[in-house]
Each structure stands twice: as structure tokens, then as C-alpha cells.
Write a protein that binds this ligand. Structure first.
Ligand code: ATP
Ligand code: MG
Length: 157
């Protein structure tokens, strides 16, 4: 359904805020305007759950997770950034592959199936958006995705 993504994003982050350790700071950089997208809310919840869970899972104590959403080139650009260990340069595109998990002690210890981001990619693309990641080893990771914006009000004739 037609959804103000900013309001929706706040609600999703609120849910995490209630459960996350107080060693991790959640920082919102969201505009005060409404930005409308056409989404399946359950599916978009799954996307954000996966991306935010990763950011939390791979964050170290004292880390900050930043949430952004902005209008860019007529689209909505959403991003979630963490200050975790990052992903090696040559692996950063592979994380969207099914069952891909970085082969390191940390990933093994933390567990998971390696499906989260593959599912997120499928859902974002089914909404006519794209998803990608930027990362610097030792600095952190940002996962970004776009969604087409829809008009605030459709004028009837
Ligand atoms: P699942 O989501 O199915 O529980 P998972 O988290 O391992 O398992 P994905 O969410 O698809 O799977 O992520 C794939 C891999 O990408 C992870 O195993 C991890 O190696 C790497 N990765 C994903 N997000 C981050 C992040 N924020 N920081 C560092 N590495 C990440
Ligand atoms: Mg995951």
C-alpha cells in the first residue's frame, strides 16, 4: 500500500530500540517531511529486519548505527550504517548471494544462514528498487537501497 516511508521507518527502528543493548546507539537522520512509496509493508519489514539485524549483529559494543532516508534523483534513498568490522572489498557484492557468509570466525560464531541479504535483494528489486553495500574493513558497513517515490496526492479528474 501507499506508505509514508519516514513514518514506517521510525516504527521499525522503534521496535529495535526496545530490544537493542544500551551499548549500541541508534541514530536517526530522517527528514521531517513525508516521503511516499508504494510497498508491501510486511515484505519491506523483512528487508529492514535483515539489514538492521546484520548491523546490530556485526556491531561491537559502543558502536553507533545510523539510519538515513532522503530524496535523491526522484527516488527514495535509504541507508543503514554500522561501525562493525566491515566486509572485504572483493566480497562486498557477494553478500547478496544466497548462502554467502564471509568466511571468518566472527560470522561462524554469530551464526545465520546467509539468506538475509539475498531475500532483501529479491524484495527490493520486486519493488523496482536496487540494493548495494559499501564497506571499509575495520571501519564499518553501509547498506543502501532505493525505492521509487510516488506522488503525495493523486489528483482526480
Ligand atoms: P541470516 O541473515 O540468514 O541470518 P547472515 O546474516 O549470515 O545470515 P546475510 O544477512 O545474507 O546472512 O549476510 C551475508 C554475510 O554478509 C554475513 O554472513 C556477513 O559475513 C556479511 N555481512 C552482512 N552484513 C554485514 C555487516 N553489517 N557487517 C559486516 N558483515 C556483514
Ligand atoms: Mg543477516
Amino acid at each position: 500500500e501507499r506508505t509514508d516511508f519516514i513514518h514506517f521507518f521510525h516504527q521499525v527502528i522503534d521496535r529495535f530500540e526496545m530490544n537493542v543493548s544500551d551499548q549500541i546507539t541508534l541514530q536517526r537522520e530522517l527528514p521531517n517531511e513525508k516521503l511516499y512509496v508504494w510497498i508491501d509493508q510486511d515484505k519491506m519489514n523483512q528487508v529492514l529486519d535483515n539489514v538492521i539485524s546484520n548491523a546490530i549483529k556485526y556491531s561491537s559494543e559502543g558502536g553507533t548505527i545510523r539510519f538515513k532516508a532522503e530524496k535523491q534523483k526522484g527516488q527514495l534513498l535509504v541507508s543503514v550504517s554500522d561501525e562493525g568490522p566491515g566486509i572485504p572489498y572483493d566480497k562486498v557484492d557477494k553478500v547478496f548471494d544466497r548462502f554467502y557468509r564471509a568466511d571468518n570466525a566472527r560470522s561462524r560464531k554469530l551464526g545465520g544462514t546467509g539468506l538475509g541479504l539475498a531475500i532483501a535483494k529479491e524484495i527490493v528489486e520486486s519493488h523496482h528498487g536496487s540494493i548495494w553495500a559499501k564497506s571499509k574493513e575495520g571501519k564499518g558497513t553501509t547498506v543502501l537501497f532505493t525505492l521509487p517515490l510516488v506522488n503525495k496526492k493523486r489528483r482526480g479528474k
